[in-house]
Write a protein that binds this ligand. Sequence first.
Ligand code: PLP
Length: 407
Amino acid sequence: MLKINEHYLKLQASYLFSDIAKRVAAFQQANPDKHIIRLGIGDVTKALPAACISAFHKAVDEMAVDSSFRGYGPEQGYAFLRETIAKNDFQARGAEISADEIFISDGAKCDTGNIQELFSTDARVAIPDPVYPVYLDTNVMAGRTGVFAEGRYQGLVYLDSTAENKYVPALPSEPVDLIYLCFPNNPTGSTISKAELKTWVDYAKANKALILFDAAYEAFIRDESLPHSIYEIEGAREVAIEFRSYSKSAGFTGTRCAYTVIPKECAAYDSAGNKQLIHPLWNRRHCTKFNGVSYPVQRAAEAVYSEEGKAQCKALISGYLENADLIAAAVRELGYDYVGAANAPYVWIRCGRDSWEFFDLLLNKAGVVCTPGAGFGKCGQGYIRLSAFNSRENVVTALERIKAALA
Ligand code: PLP
């Protein structure tokens, strides 16, 4: 008799987006003429930058000719892309990362989800609350938690991100081995300073812990004092893995390209207490379970770093950030506390009542879809998230409707 991995049975069904979809469908059925504006899901709405499209086309044409055709590529990614990333995203910022420490992949979701299989099942895991749910669910699947009770999985250390700590969690009061951090943050849009990030790096060093730093939204940073990479912090090479993605920075959500950085010094320990380097183990995993990102997609990603590509991505991001500014201004005008928008495409709003109640209010009275904060964790109760990923026209209309609904 084949037994199931019972840890999967502990998973809470992902009610969040299916619940949202159900409520939106019911509203649309009852109001067939109403144009619903979605400021909920964090998917981009604007086309790929022209530089990426032309590199993409050119690479597809290369695949049509025997002499330039490419079959299986290096699983870690082509050198042309890894070298460009090392130079532009790290060395240009004074972070010493080399091309062979970069692993190209098809998504930060997959990488942040898969990385945990390198670590022991009894690793003590610290996870922010509210959180991007992938970190949580993949640890549940791996058996690092007990059951779900009173809104939380037993056995995890939750890092509360609240108004009191300005949505940057404090160091854990009990020992942990694996720490998930995400800045600029999804869902709160909050950011971390270099000094605050240094306390986490120092903690990880002192406790032989490892930080998994998700920088999927670094391209939205406007405040130049903020770190784009954890490797801007001294000592981070030994204790941090970083995840990046072209999904939000260059509109690649449907094209798929991302990367993970594992410095050569980065280590965990075996049961005898011996240091084991993570880089060769991830390399082994990547080569065993992943075929690499397609050649045309890697050429399209490389074009992000051309002069035109840089300018086009900047314009793309500025457009979303201007939407975020408009949302923040409207929320301020309405008198709600919020965080985010300044360096992120999300605005996290303290709505002063149940998240779902506020969701229903915005849907029914304004025809606007938000994301109820409670879906991101216990600390998200009483909040909603508005996303800046939409057209200017839709954002402006949505805000007019929200103002009228809440007036
Ligand atoms: N990390 C965070 C914090 C995200 O919010 C998202 C997507 O919403 C991802 C990672 C996923 O990135 P990708 O599209 O590269 O899988």
